[in-house]
Design a protein around this ligand. Structure first.
Ligand code: SF4
Length: 437
């Protein structure tokens, strides 16, 4: 993912702590608010497109956007509250809500600045997942604004109110995302012709440049990330920005694991800790291997002919949009005779087969099959309104692709808990279980 690449480009250790050791992310009030804002914006593509086309001044666009996003906020708030209450023992929800609503207002103001300066695009593609199978690079782009002859790759900086810094995390992330957008438009990843990068943050706009130096930092961090995720390869933390430690929320975990690894290398680790280290690493390797398998369908689809994919029931074409209620959580995809490939409960990706675009760079949405009938299939959507999905799929031939749910993050977090924070009793039980094949 582009966010891992950006993190690894600043500190390889920090990337490894999250993605290999399973150390959970921080979660201060600012970043929790960011989650709420992100959820609202991920449902707002249709609204942004419509308001942009209706025109107006910057301040009128702010008013209109803010007004139209009210119902979306009302929808997201209870989900967000439940998530916070599940994660934390005591939550001052009103305080969180105030920060989140101010952040959203700030992002809307930044967005309105951009909308007032540019003619409306042909399409606003929000939350677009793209995978380039040649570079093994995948990412979910906050948005692409698409005109006939150009595009803008857009990041909404929702996790804090600070302006993005040149050559910092946000700059690296958007260059990585811009490379995926280039792949979508059939250009080499490093060719940013007609691809404007823009970060929209609280009250402002930032236009980072994809300089050769930044592209090289991204590609070298990407190689590092891929090396780490292939469990058989050795990997030394290679890239450390000297400012990164100052702001790092993972200092404790970093110190803990660095000490363990140093003591292990010098033969000074106590026997019990050495045994636990050995068994947790063995389990981590197994999880990473499973993780690779869970992504195999995407490569299979990207690199093979539709006919072959249909034959092996990895993907099925011939779907079109059926009648759906805009407020429903699921949508009907019509296919004469129903599905030959999918059963109820299957995790799927809905792909709009756009002419001239690679299949893994085309419009897509995740969901699960709820009903299979002679008419077609009904698919439950994950986090996207039916009306937004219909807007983007309208007029396109549709395919369904089989996907796997990647649950490895949770498993890695459990290992981190056992090794770093569990009580001696829990540790003892876990060690016995980890020892079992
Ligand atoms: S404390 Fe410094 S070295 Fe450790 S993970 Fe954070 S940024 Fe990297």
């Amino acid at each position: 993912m582009s966010s891992w690449i950006a993190q690894a480009a600043l500190c390889g250790w920090k990337f490894r702590l999250g993605l290999i050791f399973g150390v959970p992310g921080g979660g201060n009030r600012g970043s929790l608010a960011g989650f709420f804002v992100h959820q609202v914006l991920s449902r707002a593509g249709e609204t942004i497109e419509r308001v942009w086309h209706s025109g107006g001044t910057e301040s009128s666009i702010v008013d209109q956007l803010a007004g139209e996003l009210n119902p979306v906020q009302a929808l997201v708030l209870p989900e967000w509250r439940k998530d916070l209450e599940d994660r934390y023992e005591s939550v001052d929800f009103d305080a969180h809500r105030i920060v989140a609503e101010m952040r959203l207002r700030g992002i809307v103001e930044g967005l309105a600045q951009y909308m007032a300066r540019r003619e409306p695009p042909r399409k606003v593609l929000n939350e677009l997942q793209i995978m380039d199978p040649h570079t093994h690079h995948e990412g979910r782009l906050d948005a692409i604004f698409e005109w006939d002859d150009r595009c803008a790759t857009v990041d909404f900086k929702t996790y804090s109110d600070e302006a993005p810094r040149s050559h910092g995390y946000d700059h690296l992330q958007i260059v990585a995302n811009g490379m995926l957008a280039n792949y979508r438009y059939g250009r080499p990843g490093t060719d940013f012709t007609n691809n404007e990068l823009v970060i929209i943050y609280t009250g402002g706009l930032y236009f980072p440049r994809p300089t050769q130096r930044m592209v090289e930092r991204v590609t070298s961090a990407r190689d590092y990330v891929l090396g780490c995720l292939q469990s058989s390869q050795s990997h030394e933390a290679q890239t450390l920005n000297r400012y990164a430690c100052q702001f790092c929320e993972k200092q404790d975990a970093c110190g803990f694991y660095r000490t363990i690894e140093r003591l292990h290398r010098t033969g000074q680790l106590a026997d019990a800790d050495e045994e636990l280290r050995r068994s947790t690493w063995r389990r981590r390797y197994a999880i990473l291997d499973y993780r690779q398998i869970s992504h195999k369908n995407k490569f299979t689809v990207a690199l093979n002919q539709l006919r072959l994919l249909e034959q092996y029931k990895v993907l099925e074409t011939g779907y079109s949009l059926g009648p759906s209620s805009p407020n429903a959580n699921s949508m009907l995809l019509i296919r004469r005779g129903g599905s030959n490939a999918f059963l109820e409960g299957d995790a799927v990706r809905i792909i709009g087969l756009e002419p001239g675009r690679p299949i893994m760079g085309s419009i897509n949405f995740n969901g699960s099959v709820e009903v299979v009938s002679q008419q077609g299939v009904e698919v439950g959507l994950t986090g996207r309104p039916v009306s937004d999905v219909c807007r983007l799929l309208n007029g396109l031939p549709i395919a369904l692709m089989r996907t796997e749910v990647d649950l490895t993050k949770r498993e890695l977090q459990a290992l981190d808990y056992i090794q770093r924070r569990a009580s001696p009793t829990v540790r003892e039980i876990a060690e016995a279980l980890l020892g079992e094949e």
